[in-house]
Design a protein around this ligand. Structure first.
Ligand code: DX5
Length: 211
């Protein structure tokens, strides 16, 4: 499967957000991290900010929120091509996946590092991709949690669609995740806070490593 490089704008300079999005024009898509201060201990951005972004790249929206069903329409209206919800935030995620598909978006299911695969295996046929968080969600710049790797390997055995990783992804941890079976790489601080390389150079080097 094609390895896709997807910058998370959570680590971008929000004072120059459009410029920061323009700086990753060679990526496969961009990720908008939405946090409500309830499901995760941080608040980030809403549909109005996403709607303000001008880009040719597909936008995927990672809803780290309680009651994500309340926000599907707003983010679909704000241009989401993919909407990812957390299994931990929903008793029954199936109606939410149906809502997302009715809006013409891809449906993604995210799980935290300590959530077992058994929590999501009943829903794998209903989603277009799974996000295995490699940090506990809420902040960029955290350290990669290697104990998630066996979960990715197990998931890849039963799930042939896209598997995404998010949190602490750099050249070294990306290699470990791709070897385990992931093919979508969310990169935040390693791309936007890199002291040696520009975002475009980071993307180019990822492409060299994962042709
Ligand atoms: C949840 C967020 C972050 C962000 C990536 O905390 O989803 O994981 O996108 O952050 P980095 O790449 O800086 O770990």
């Amino acid at each position: 499967m094609k390895i896709q490089i997807i910058p998370s704008i959570l680590s971008a300079d929000f004072g120059h957000l459009q410029d920061e999005v323009d700086r990753v024009s060679s990526a496969d898509s961009i990720q908008v991290d939405v946090m409500d201060g309830h499901f995760v201990p941080n608040i980030s951005m809403g549909p109005a900010i996403q709607k303000s972004i001008r880009t040719k790249l597909p936008i995927e929206t990672h809803l780290m929120v309680s009651n994500p069903e309340k926000f599907i329409d707003a983010f679909a209206d704000a241009g989401s091509r993919r909407i990812i919800v957390h299994g931990e935030a929903l008793e029954d995620p199936l109606p939410v996946f149906e809502m997302i598909h009715r809006r013409g978006c891809e449906a993604g299911l995210a799980i935290n590092p300590d959530t077992p695969l058994t929590r999501i295996t009943p829903y794998l046929d209903a989603v277009d991709m799974v996000l295995c968080m490699t940090v506990f969600p809420g902040f960029g710049g955290q350290s990669f949690i290697p104990s998630v790797l066996p979960k990715i390997t197990e998931l890849r055995k039963m799930f042939k669609k896209d598997i995404e990783v998010d949190g602490g992804i750099n050249f070294e941890t990306a290699r470990r995740c791709v070897d385990a079976g992931a093919n979508l790489l969310i990169v935040g601080s390693f791309l936007y806070r890199n002291e040696e390389l520009t975002p475009q150079q980071v993307i180019a080097k990822f492409r060299e490593r994962f042709p």
